[in-house]
Ligand binder design. Structure first.
Ligand code: EPU
Length: 431
């Protein structure tokens, strides 16, 4: 097992290049199953969730050619099964996209119940199932697998109103509907940048999807998708995480290769906290000199403040002057990391969906544990800002979603390194 050792208290200076968006990549790679031809996908982030997605496709019979570190060519013209490997697909949440893509292309899918980050609450997929059923599929759960079958009739376009704004359900229904007969309309659709990215990817392969990025998406079914080439958008949350890190540590960093519009919801809050953010083309210059100021934040579906930035921004607010309120508006519970921040001296009280964050003058380094991807990123930020040394364990969660995080932070002057925990040390910890 790897752990991170961080000597905190150093401001960050320099430039950081943002990688391709994780939550777009983990949808677009499964969506390649819909394409009868070769698709070349560029700007793929090198993270463990993506590696696993590619392995699952390879196991189904996809041909995979790595052109370079961030570009792959996928050939899904000779898929040999619609049943995914149980052990691999249960490990990631995004494996639910295999249901929509296999069902959309072959009329059949058997996918292990998805796993992924556990925030301590339930992560239902009833809206996905409702969408597949509206398109005419029968969906059941047997032996740990979700079975979806279109039957002899095949999938037919339908009007689907989502009861909750769901990123996963919106994208999954889009995939299933892309080759259904007739028109599908998804109402109350999610509007996240990666929804638009998936629609752009599918359209560039021959799909007919309109309205992605609004709350009504229309999909006119086509006969087949052909191959093509597509580049994934930059990762809004990775960029926001580096912005939050500069806010917490102080310093000045140029965040490169971003789409500024996607960052507005995060930039707005950092400005309220006294962080300076200057936009120039596809870069943001982030600077923090003075004391951070309190603010209130509620997470909401896009274009609201993203839930995937909630742990990182709460960490920054734990160092701000005054009392801030953070309300989680997307997930039932996402505050498991708060106990770890408290070990570092943060003063945060959580009551259901709200965290009351009383700013402290500084945090102190401590042994801490990542419980999920974004919580892990938040602890890295806390450790970078803290006085003294921190040890972060369970960093495999962080590596699910942040490409080269150690190298990128070290290039900004951070004192952070990854070390292998010896088995003896692990045994001592367990004891
Ligand atoms: N929901 C339902 N029924 C459903 C689906 C969702 O009630 O069928 C509820 C959820 O319980 C939640 C809300 O709807 O309260 C939103 O869930 P959504 O479906 O949008 O989330 P998701 O698709 O499972 C993706 C990201 C998450 C991110 C959320 C919200 C991926 C693989 N995951 O999850 O990303 O938090 O959207 O933006 O794209 C992360 O990257 O760290 C991460 C957890």
């Amino acid at each position: 097992m790897t752990k991170y050792i961080v000597q905190g208290g150093k401001p960050l200076f320099g430039e950081v290049e943002i990688s391709g968006a994780k939550n777009a990549a983990v949808a677009i790679i499964p969506a390649a199953l819909l394409v009868d031809g070769i698709c070349r996908i560029e700007n793929i982030p090198q993270i463990s969730d993506v590696t696993l997605c590619l392995k699952i496709l390879e196991d189904l019979g996809a041909g995979i050619r790595c052109i370079n570190r961030h570009t792959v060519e996928l050939d899904c013209s000779r898929i040999r099964t619609t049943r995914t490997n149980y052990e691999m697909s249960r490990k990631i949440r995004a494996s639910y996209y295999l249901i929509g893509s296999l069902l959309g292309r072959f009329g059949e899918a058997e996918v292990a119940m998805p796993g992924g980050c556990n925030f301590g609450g339930v992560r239902p997929i009833d809206q996905h199932v409702k969408g597949f059923a509206a398109l005419g599929a029968k969906v059941s759960v047997e032996g740990g697998f979700i079975h979806a079958s279109a039957g002899e009739q095949g999938l037919r376009g339908a009007n689907i109103y989502l009861d909750v704004v769901s990123v996963g359900a919106t994208m999954n229904i889009m995939m299933a509907a892309v080759m259904a007969k007739g028109v599908t309309v998804i109402e109350n659709a999610a509007k996240e940048p990666h929804i638009v990215d998936l629609a752009n990817f599918l359209n560039s392969m021959g799909a007919n999807i309109r309205g992605a990025g609004t709350d009504t998406i229309k999909i006119d079914g086509v006969d087949r998708l052909r191959g093509g080439s597509y580049a994934i958008i930059p990762d809004q949350i990775e960029a926001g995480t580096y912005m939050a890190a500069v806010a917490a540590t102080g310093g000045q960093v140029l965040v490169k290769n971003i789409i500024p519009k996607h960052m507005d919801c995060i930039t707005a809050k950092l400005l309220e906290m006294g962080v300076e953010v200057e936009e120039n083309g596809d870069t943001l210059l982030v600077r923090r000199n003075g004391r951070l100021q309190k603010t209130n934040i509620k997470t909401l579906p896009y274009p609201g403040f993203p839930t995937d930035m909630q742990p990182q921004i709460t960490t920054v607010l734990s160092l701000a002057e005054g009392t801030s309120l953070v309300t989680e508006g997307v997930w039932g519970s996402r505050y498991r990391y708060v106990d770890e921040l408290k070990r570092m001296g943060a003063n945060i009280q959580v009551d259901d969906k709200t965290a009351v964050v009383e700013g402290v003058d500084h945090l102190t380094g401590a042994p801490i544990q990542a419980y999920d991807l974004r919580a892990g990123a938040a602890l890295v930020i806390a450790a970078l800002a803290a006085h003294g040394q921190s040890e972060i364990t369970q960093v495999q969660y962080i590596e699910r979603g942040y490409e080269d995080i150690i190298e990128k932070l070290r290039a900004l002057g951070a004192d952070i390194r990854a070390v292998e925990e010896s088995e003896a040390a692990e045994a001592a910890n367990v004891g």
